[in-house]
Design a protein around this ligand. Structure first.
Ligand code: ZN
Length: 238
């Protein structure tokens, strides 16, 4: 049930249509959702997230920051050993808009030496169109359909829970963070979200793409064309 509209939690079609190869949600045929966790691995948080997922026998996807993997290799290995998927989230969690293309792509490659994956998620969900064009040659660019906003300390775990439950649908890619900032929200909201989604009959899956496989993406209606054009201009100038 969509109770309200919130750009921060759920992207509108005119944004998703700017990056046509990016994956915002998975095919909606099955009642399946895809939990994702960004910014780890972090001691004291990632292992607790892993314990929650293990309790419910759920596989998820962790978009790891290279320098955190370098600092905490045992926790990274724990993610792998539990059968979860991993993705590249750059080495230093850098924002594409703020750095030159060469530096951005090198930072991804540096992380790629530690994180074996064909999945990439840009930190803060932002990148230049030119960076996007390079990245999709090598990686599946995984965005999200619903974000819990667990990183926002002004929100309570219950509000993060509502952010997910109000917007979830078949095929949703749901984003949480195994980061210090999100600790209280993610650890308290996650079990509530999982229990509610189980009650509603959802299954959970990790995100996986064999290298040769292409995904049939959900069609995004080409609405608000003029707005799309002006955003494109902004991106080009960024
Ligand atoms: Zn991040």
């Amino acid at each position: 049930m969509r109770k309200r509209y919130n750009l921060k939690i759920h992207f509108p079609a005119w944004i998703t249509s700017l990056f046509p190869s990016a994956i915002w949600c998975m095919p909606a045929k099955k009642k399946t959702v895809y939990l994702t966790f960004d910014d780890g691995p972090i001691p004291d948080i990632t292992p607790k997230v892993l314990a929650i997922l293990k309790k419910y026998n759920i596989k998820a996807t962790f978009f790891c920051v290279g320098e955190n993997v370098q600092k905490h290799p045992a926790i990274y290995q724990q993610i792998i050993n539990q059968g979860h998927a991993v993705g590249n989230h750059t080495f230093n969690h850098i924002r594409g808009f703020k750095v030159k293309n060469k530096n951005y792509l090198n930072n991804i490659e540096k992380a790629g030496k530690l994180i074996e994956s064909n999945l990439f998620r840009p930190p803060h969900g932002t990148l230049k169109k030119t960076q996007y064009n390079s990245i999709i040659k090598k990686y599946k660019l995984i965005m999200w359909d619903v974000i819990s906003c667990d990183y926002d300390p002004r929100l309570t775990p219950k509000q993060c829970y509502n952010n997910v439950i109000d917007f979830v649908r078949n095929g949703s890619i749901i984003t949480f963070h195994d980061s210090i900032k999100a600790k209280n929200n993610v650890l308290n909201a996650l079990p509530l979200v999982i229990e509610k989604l189980i009650e509603e009959g959802y299954l959970f899956s990790k995100i996986e793409f064999p290298k040769s496989q292409t995904v049939k993406m959900r069609t995004v209606p080409n609405q608000l064309h003029s707005m799309k054009k002006s955003i494109n201009r902004l991106l080009k100038g960024a």
